[in-house]
Design a protein around this ligand. Structure first.
Ligand SMILES: [Zn+2]
Length: 199
């Protein structure tokens, strides 16, 4: 997707020394590129929502009807909280290396801090946090640029259309994987439900 300064401005970290709070910076080829602080902000927003979804009591989770992202009169249904939890975990597993996923699992999913993680993974504190930042940057970008459906913006994920129509900066191999991810959701949509009777 094409990032603009208006996309990045609200997400950039004001104290960031790389972009000075703008969210865009010059890369090695002197082109404008999105600052990593923007990707980290996206990841942290998605992770906060993930934690909210998994800690919410099941009775507060409900089925929602939604119009098809492709338009027309097709209506689909889904449990958005559960879909989001599955998407978050599936995408993270697919796009991280084995070593990164171990850190992701211990630190983000199990809540272990660096004192527990470093001996277990046999890495230094510095290496540990550089992996944490790398995970946040990579997943933040993927969550925003995922095709055909992105996880971010979250309000669009939970309330409306999130189909990515614009060309993505994600690599060809990534695109193949993204298509696979989409298949998971299409599988959910194919389940037949007596919508009219329920209504
Ligand atoms: Zn920045």
């Amino acid at each position: 997707m094409e990032w603009t300064q208006s996309d990045t401005l609200a997400l950039a970290v004001q104290e960031c020394t790389q972009c000075l709070g703008i969210g865009m910076r010059k890369n090695a080829r002197k082109d404008n590129s999105v600052c990593n602080c923007v990707y980290r902000s996206i990841f942290r927003a998605c992770f906060a929502r993930f934690r909210q979804c998994i800690t919410k009591e099941k009775r507060h989770s409900h089925v929602v009807l939604e119009y098809s992202a492709r338009g027309g009169r097709r209506i689909t249904w889904g449990r958005k909280d559960e879909e989001y939890i599955a998407d978050f975990l599936l995408v993270s597993r697919r796009y991280l290396t084995e070593d990164e996923y171990k850190v992701f699992k211990y630190y983000f999913l199990l809540g272990a801090d660096w004192r527990l993680c470093c001996p277990r993974l046999a890495i230094s504190k510095g290496n540990f946090y550089s992996i944490v930042y790398r995970i946040e940057e990579r997943l933040g970008r993927i969550f925003r640029e995922l095709k055909p459906y992105s996880l971010y913006p979250l309000d669009e994920y939970f309330n409306g259309r999130t189909e990515n129509q614009t060309p993505s900066a994600v690599t060809v191999e990534d695109s193949r994987n993204v298509t696979d991810i989409g298949a998971g959701r299409r599988l959910v949509q194919r389940i037949k439900v007596p919508v009219r009777r329920a209504a």
